[in-house]
Design a protein. Structure first.
Length: 234
């Protein structure tokens, strides 16, 4: 008897607490949904990225470029000459860019020894292979243009060797700042054609269907023609 009264009182007390508590803190959501809970204490001020050092970095980069230009004088500031190569895969092979170095075949065609190339500002990549005649010719022409414009300073002043430029060329030589012999992609030439009556009457979809059918049955038709030829010989 005592235990029954006690359980009844406990149930009443729990129901009283539930009725007096706020709805948002105790009520559950329906079905398989997220329990509402506010997450606003993230201290976002600690994770804000500032960029107040941008003007100082700009000045520092400019000073570093000037220091490098003085250090590498009279060489170009952009580094050694790079070949024209195409991007890898079908997605990027229509774009041209600078490669790692000229191949040995390109240097040989341009008449530049491979050991001399790296000493006169030409990058060399002995692993590269030329897969197309157009690419080989373009890079050979690039090397010839560079060689014609090249001014070679002697290692020691007033001690000229074979291959060094003349004193007049040395007096007029200036350091190349920025990129030289830039790589520019060729724009395709679009040819405009007048639309004729034959073009208008041509049904491209029907033609594709016919050619697809012919390609599918080419084996059967060849076999049938061979059998018919055998029968004629008999």
């Amino acid at each position: 008897m005592y235990e029954q009264k006690r359980s009844i009182l406990q149930r009443r007390l729990v129901s009283l607490l539930l009725s007096s508590a706020p709805f948002s803190s105790l009520a559950m959501v329906k079905h398989n949904n997220v329990v509402p809970s506010s997450h606003f204490r993230k201290h976002w001020q600690n994770y804000v990225k500032t960029w107040f050092n941008q003007p100082a970095r700009k000045t520092r980069r400019r000073a570093a470029r000037q220091k490098k230009a003085v250090k590498v004088f009279p060489r170009p500031t952009a580094g050694p000459l790079r070949p024209i190569v195409r991007g890898q895969t079908l997605k990027y092979n229509m774009k041209v860019r600078a490669g790692k170095g000229f191949s040995l075949e390109e240097l040989k065609a341009a008449g530049i020894p491979k050991k001399l190339a790296s000493t006169i500002g030409i990058a060399v990549d002995h692993r590269r292979r030329n897969r197309s005649l157009e690419g080989l010719q373009a890079n050979v022409q690039r090397l010839k243009v560079y060689k014609a414009k090249l001014v070679v300073f002697p290692r020691r002043a007033r001690k000229f060797k074979n291959g060094d430029s003349t004193p007049e060329e040395l007096a007029n030589a200036t350091q190349v700042l920025g990129s030289y012999l830039p790589i520019v992609g060729e724009k395709p030439n679009v040819e405009l054609v007048k639309v004729t009556e034959d073009m208008k009457s041509f049904r491209a979809y029907d033609k594709l269907r016919i050619e697809r059918t012919n390609a599918r049955h080419v084996g059967k038709r060849a076999k049938r023609a061979a059998e018919a030829e055998k029968e004629e010989k008999k």
